[in-house]
Write a protein that binds this ligand. Structure first.
Ligand code: ASP
Ligand code: MG
Length: 403
């Protein structure tokens, strides 16, 4: 089998952890597999590098930032290759460009165009373990690029896709994907399987196990993922097209606190207003999530919508002139809100799921301010101060009772 194994920063943070990873890798190799390992920078290395650059000013060249950030992975691949060799197995480390990662030129958020994996293949054919620097590639000017924070997951999936690997394992410091954040909800359960669609919702809803883009890529190229812990050897969670083993309707409860809410009060209640509002916001490159429009009253209506917190100011800026021209009564923005969601591929065919969620929130005396639903999720917007309590209450209703 060809196995791609990815290890995150905490899994390689010091010598002891590096040796632990080397043992997992060499065990896989000794079982007769070809192994490609993708690693992140050790511990907080990437953050530390960014902090160093900030000491020099806030507006550093993006090209140089990528050159700097890519250095973290260069350290970890060399050390891991040495750790593997210290256990008696042959290993070769490769930087992103040596491993054939070709990206576009968007420094800091580069997209992988392809992986020319000949060099990796050559090393594997020599019976060597290949250790590849995650998170980095080369653009067409032959400059180093990075893929965005947490990008090593995507590096691993890209190699697995282009080399048609049999398995892509993402090792981290939790044992898999849980029904809620296990650090906050002690009764959270580990899922044995989850679909790409569910995982994407959970990832974008703030579950923080896998990088979003890596899941999208895995789905596109049908790469089966396994999320598991590098610290204890127990089965993790498989991410795949169709999850069958679990009969659970709801797979998880997630919370996202990095949302903001824009409120436009007193717009004329006439055709074309919503169109205008959301075109202006789109033109400012702001993604809108939940939308609520009030019923018209006395010829006016209100439009409220949520955006990623960091884009709030841009959204308001984009609407200012328009609101003035239309005689809107108010344009408000606040970030005192949180989005809590339940995710599960089977819920559209089951009645009562939404009611159960809302009942749990009502019993906890938590007010729902906005609601949105899709085939596989139900999200509510609530006050930020209620977020943790809301997750606990909803989790309890779906996972900690016997009916
Ligand atoms: N080292 C990079 C980061 O900290 C990439 C990664 O960890 O996946 O974001
Ligand atoms: Mg990571």
């Amino acid at each position: 089998m060809l196995v791609v194994q990815k290890f995150g920063g905490s899994s390689v943070r010091d010598t002891e952890r590096l040796l632990n990873v080397a043992r997992i890798v060499t065990d896989t190799y000794k079982q007769g597999n070809e192994v490609v390992v993708v690693v992140s920078a050790q511990g907080d290395t990437t953050d530390d590098l960014i902090a160093k650059a900030k000491e020099l000013g806030k507006k550093n060249s993006k090209r140089e930032m990528d050159m700097l950030m890519a250095a973290g992975e260069q350290i970890s691949i060399a050390l891991l290759a040495m750790a593997i060799e210290s256990l008696g197995c042959p290993a070769t480390s490769l930087l992103g460009w040596q491993a054939g990662f070709v990206t576009n030129s968007t420094y800091g958020a580069a997209r992988i165009k392809r992986v020319n994996a000949e060099r990796i293949r050559t090393e594997l054919d020599k019976n060597r373990i290949v250790v590849v620097a995650g998170f980095q590639g080369l653009n067409r000017n032959e400059d180093v690029t990075t893929l965005g924070r947490g990008g090593s997951d995507t590096s691993a999936v890209a190699i697995a896709a282009s080399m048609h690997a049999d398995l892509c394992q993402i090792y981290t410091d939790v044992e898999g994907v849980y029904t809620a954040d296990p650090r906050k909800i002690p009764n959270a359960r580990k899922l044995s399987e989850i679909t790409y669609g569910e995982m994407l919702e959970l990832a974008s809803l703030g579950a923080q196990v896998l990088n979003n883009r890596s899941v999208e890529m895995a789905q596109k190229y049908n790469v089966e993922l396994e999320v598991l812990s590098s610290l204890n050897r127990v089965p993790g969670t498989r991410v795949m097209e169709v999850a069958k083993m679990e009969k659970m309707l709801i797979k998880g409860v997630a919370k996202d606190t990095s949302v903001g809410r824009v409120m436009v009060v007193g717009l004329p209640d006439e055709p074309g207003i919503a169109f205008k509002v959301f075109s202006l916001v789109a033109r400012a490159h702001v993604n809108v999530d939940i939308i609520l429009q009030s019923v018209g009253r006395d010829g006016t209506k209100d439009i409220t919508f949520t955006v990623p917190a960091e884009d709030g100011a841009d959204a308001v800026e984009a609407l200012k002139d328009f609101c003035e021209r239309m005689g809107a009564k108010d344009l408000r923005y606040d970030t005192e809100c949180a989005k809590v969601s339940i995710v599960g591929a089977g819920m559209e065919t089951h009645e009562g799921v939404a009611a159960k969620m809302f009942e749990a929130l009502a019993d906890a005396d938590i007010n729902i301010e906005m609601i949105s639903t899709s085939e596989i999720k139900i999200s509510v917007l609530i006050a930020l101060a209620d977020a943790d309590r809301a997750v606990a209450a909803v989790h309890k209703a779906f996972f900690e009772t016997n009916d």
